[in-house]
Design a protein. Sequence first.
Length: 356
Amino acid sequence: MSDPAFFAATGSLTLADIAAAAGAVLPEGADPEYRLTGAAPLESAGPHHLAYMDNARYGAALTETRAGACLVSPRFAARCPAGTVALVSRDPYRAYAALLGRLHPDAMRPGSQFGGRSIAPGAHVHPDARLEEGVTVDPGAVVGPGVEIGSGSVIGPNAVIGPGVRIGRDCSIGAGTTLSHALLGNRVILHPGARLGQDGFGFAMGVSHLKVPQIGRVIVQDDVEIGANTTIDRGASRDTVIGEGTKIDNLVQIAHNVVIGRHCVIVSGVGISGSTTLEDYVVLGGQVGVVGHLRIGRGAQIAGSSNVNRDVPPGSRWGGTPAKPVRAWFRELTTLARLAERSGKDPEKDPAPEAE
């Protein structure tokens, strides 16, 4: 349940509004004008809250909920209690997310931490920077010469926007972020502490390692979201590119010359080495490592904690270290488990003797 000190609802929605947005049909007898003022989990929802349920493990919570309405998949609709309006949706979670955004629009992207709507006292904006009307710059932020920022964008406190950087419209640049040698599209979100455009790790190895100048850029297309403390290096000789609609979690490292396609999902702890290409709709689970100069095909999915050391075909699902098709990976795990069982020893009951 949201704390009104942080996420006050900006209005309310009628059951008719909610049903229309979710593509659901109001059950017979439901009041279409009944208003819901917020959203909450099944366990804590009250009569004026919207909830959702799409996982069987929460079946008991659904039968006991006091929510005014609940978005459910067809197989769970009959479990809604008498006081809760069941709104049947093919994808309850997605419908819930869209409606939550209407109830709490301030939670959709970071806003000004100072509550401002213009250039705040204590912000440092170079006279050669060009800011469209409606840009907000919080205290302590630095905007360098030649920077261009589109209307509706918010630059958080202590963010540093380096010379020549371009930021599109309706972007959110979080507190303490740094941007250099970068071009951002519209509606880009950078969460606090993200680092974009710094040197890639490039050295000509020898008796003494010679630094290779990194002369590319970072290109971030429209509707990309990048998590807190994620780092994206600028290209060495070509650009590092993050494709439209891609979502990147916290604490991800993306090296120089990496090209990421459209609508990819990259979960926390991932490291992608230089000059690797991810085609559209690729998913990398948490802590995946990818060596350099590879191609991961369109729609491929890599299981968490895997290590990818060769090209991955489009549409495939891989896992393990080194990563391989999941069926082969599962066969290996099963075979190892059987071998361990046949050995007749339980590692916990029969630990290996300590070395003398």
